[in-house]
Design a protein around this ligand. Structure first.
Ligand code: SAM
Length: 250
């Protein structure tokens, strides 16, 4: 039987595929500006890497070999741009599902002339699982992930034991994992989950001071003026022998 051909998809950016795990995001029909839409139409092919189910060659994707820092959920890309500008020697791989955010970061890349940022528009869990080879990341940034404040939604939080084990497996020995949140309960969960992962080591007794390279966001500045807290966490991946002999693995 000849089925009618389905019309071409109207989405301009790549759409996440079906999945069996609990998503840490929901699809939002968020407002997208004409200039963000235009940035997607014009610049997505230049600066983004399509989701694929096999590991990618990161040096080929960036056109050079340099330490790769993965950022999960870059939002509108303000922090991504500032850090990439301040650290020209590193390659920044930003993963985000949100169309307006992808458009916004593409615009920033184009306007700033930065060449050390690449974007993957897809669920970061699947990107890590399928596209990032074990031991290949020099660092990971997770800034203000969705806090999912209601108890019944806590299962949607990104920082969970299985996800952290996957994430750590993609980090090289000595690579760092830097998280920040303004949600105290989530900060506590992060501290608990990251501390319980045997392959990771806290660089501080508990929370870390904000490193200079992470700029204060507008939102964070306002929160701090109102007396709200922000918690940074900085862990590193142990060398395999360390992880095997660490007391947590016993
Ligand atoms: C609260 S926002 C924070 C954005 C930004 N990091 C900041 O500090 O402003 C969290 C972002 O993470 C994205 N996100 C959540 N889960 C994700 C996932 N599994 N893969 C990719 N992006 C995700 C959301 O779309 C959202 O834009």
């Amino acid at each position: 039987m000849n089925l009618p051909k389905s019309p071409p998809p109207i989405v301009t950016a790549q759409t996440p595929s079906g999945s069996t795990h609990i998503r840490s995001f929901v699809h939002r029909r968020a407002h997208i500006t004409p200039s963000q839409e235009q940035a997607i139409a014009e610049w997505l092919p230049r600066w983004s890497i399509r989701y694929q189910d096999t590991p990618i060659d990161l040096s080929a994707a960036f056109g050079r070999t340099a330490p790769v820092i993965l950022e999960i959920g870059f939002g509108m890309g303000e922090t991504t741009q500032k850090i990439a500008q301040a650290r020209p020697g590193d390659n920044f791989l930003g993963v985000e599902v949100f169309n307006a955010g992808v458009g916004a970061l593409l615009k920033r890349i184009h306007e700033s002339g930065l060449d050390n940022i690449r974007i993957i528009q897809h669920d970061a869990v699947e990107v890590l699982r399928d596209m990032i080879a074990p031991g290949s990341l020099a660092g990971v940034h997770i800034y203000f992930p969705d806090p999912w404040p209601k108890k019944r939604h806590h299962k949607r939080r990104l920082i969970q034991p299985a996800f952290v084990a996957l994430l750590s497996s993609r980090m090289a020995p000595g690579a760092y994992l830097h998280c920040a949140t303004d949600w105290e309960h989530y900060a506590q969960q992060m501290l608990e989950v990251l501390s319980a992962e045997p392959s990771l080591q806290n660089t501080c007794a508990d929370y870390a001071p904000r490193p200079d390279y992470r700029p204060l966001t507008k939102f964070e500045n306002r929160g701090l003026r109102l007396g709200h807290g922000v918690w940074d966490l900085m862990f590193t991946r142990r060398a395999p022998a360390d992880a095997a002999s660490s007391p947590e693995t016993v």
